[in-house]
Design a protein around this ligand. Structure first.
Ligand SMILES: *[C@@H]1O[C@H](CO)[C@@H](O)[C@H](O)[C@H]1NC(C)=O
Length: 179
């Protein structure tokens, strides 16, 4: 009895010491991060929504919000404003308005980097060559029609999530009449 008690006491001490500081961090919301994921028109049209969502959930993300939208030109132009001067901009706008998209907020620890890892290189041809298990290897077609989007930094994630999901900040949800 005494030995058993001593053993379980010391086991508990070790486990509690190991587990306590870890748990208090791991359970805190501080480590959780949100990122914006989008299945682009080629992904929606190619019927990849289910398989991509399964991959997302199997990789430990929660999908906390989602909305399917047909984007219009103005929305795409303002979402991709940083690319406005690039030669591919009008093609990009045409592509992104060519059919509905599915927009999701993904949540987990390290969500931004982990979702970027999961989708693979921007160029789908490169993804097929070097990251055959990535989402873009699965459903992307080329550099532009690359099937999915992921925020590239914490700043982008905040901006992009509020762009689509917080009515007051961008005005998107409240003023968009295609909803
Ligand atoms: C996902 O949601 C479930 C249920 O609300 C929760 O228990 C779990 O901690 C969440 N996981 C992440 C990674 O946010």
């Amino acid at each position: 009895m005494a030995i058993q008690f001593a053993v379980s006491l010391s086991t508990c001490l070790v486990l509690c010491l190991l587990a306590f500081p870890y748990r208090s961090i791991a359970n805190g919301d501080a480590l959780k991060e949100k990122t914006l994921a989008m299945i682009k028109p080629d992904g929606v049209e190619g019927d990849y929504i289910d398989v991509i969502k399964k991959t997302i959930l199997a990789s430990g993300f929660n999908i906390t919000q989602e909305i399917q939208l047909q984007l219009n030109e103005n929305t795409v132009k303002s979402f991709y404003a940083e690319h406005a001067s690039k030669s591919f901009f009008s093609d990009l706008v045409q592509y992104m308005t060519s059919g509905p998209v599915l927009i999701m907020v993904l949540e987990k620890a390290n969500a931004i980097a982990d979702w970027r890892d999961l989708i693979g290189p921007t160029d789908s041809n490169k993804a097929k060559a070097t990251h055959p298990k990535s989402v873009r290897a699965l459903c992307g077609l080329d550099l532009q029609r690359n099937c999915v989007h992921g925020s590239d930094s914490p700043q982008s994630a905040v901006r992009e999530i509020s762009f689509f999901f917080e009515k007051s900040s961008s005005g998107f949800v409240s003023t968009h009449d295609e909803l």
